[in-house]
Design a protein around this ligand. Structure first.
Ligand code: PGA
Length: 257
């Protein structure tokens, strides 16, 4: 984040399919004191749906926000097992959409993800849209093309992106301990910002936060947080350890203007 950057950095913890309700509450309680000390960085945790309301209750009044890990594209109806953005509105502020694990294991397409983003924005939820190339796409030199397609299709038809966050998460870096380099992530973040500018103009592009995700730890967050086009991180594994997550937020704050 460069000096004078007006975007507030964001560190979002994606707990994925981890934590029972008691474990989620214990993790939220352990985060509170550490995160309350940090200014200049917004921190958000994204617990499993079953713990969302309880974690939101536990963190109410603290500076730590809450997000969901997914939502459906419809407000209500006969969609067994799905959770609608209308149900999440008021309960949490953010929703992760298009995560590569959902693209891979649930077969989510750019078109479905687009409908989810539109639905989330309609309910004033802030989508964290995840994009990123797979290893074979990276090795074939197709990173820009893949990310451009995911951005254009995932965001099509959206008139006002206010609240939108984009996370660049190269699939080969997720959960592997092999993060991208700052140079790689910065280049793709720059591409994403240019694409956002083409879609909505320079002001909206400049106001949109772009995160890096993929094996982020307290030891490597500086490499990303120091870059002008990267405004924080989407953190998986490391977000399950309270001290590590707090340290990531603290490191990020040290780069914030
Ligand atoms: P990781 O996951 O930090 O465990 O690599 C990141 C993510 O999937 O959002």
């Amino acid at each position: 984040m460069s000096a004078g950057n007006f975007r507030t950095p964001l560190i979002a913890g994606n707990w994925k399919m981890h934590t029972t309700l008691p474990e989620a509450l214990a993790l939220a309680a352990a985060l509170g004191p550490g995160l309350e000390r940090v200014t200049k960085v917004e921190s958000v945790v994204c617990p499993p749906f079953v713990s969302l309301a309880a974690v939101a209750d536990a963190l109410r009044g603290s500076p730590v926000g809450v997000g969901a890990q997914d939502c459906y594209s419809e407000d209500k109806g006969a969609y067994t097992g799905e959770v609608s953005p209308a149900m999440l509105a008021g309960l949490c502020q953010y929703v992760i959409l298009g995560h590569s694990e959902r693209r891979q294991y649930q077969g989510e397409t750019d078109d479905l993800i687009n409908r989810k983003v539109v639905a989330a924005l309609r309910h004033s939820l802030r989508p964290i849209l995840c994009v990123g190339e797979r290893l074979e796409e990276n090795e074939a030199g197709h990173t820009s093309e893949v990310v451009e397609r995911q951005i254009r299709r995932g965001l099509q038809g959206i008139a006002d992106p206010a609240g939108l966050v984009v996370a660049y998460e190269p699939v080969w870096a997720i959960g592997t301990g092999r993060s991208a380099t700052g140079a790689q992530a910065g280049e793709v973040a720059g591409l994403i910002r240019r694409l956002l500018g083409e879609l909505w103009g320079a002001n909206a592009a400049a106001a949109t936060r772009i995160l890096y995700g993929g094996s982020v730890t307290a030891a490597n967050i500086d490499e990303f947080a120091a870059l002008p086009d990267i405004d924080g991180g989407l953190v998986g594994g490391a977000s399950l350890r309270a001290d590590e997550f707090v340290a990531i937020v603290e490191r990020t704050a040290s780069h914030a203007g």
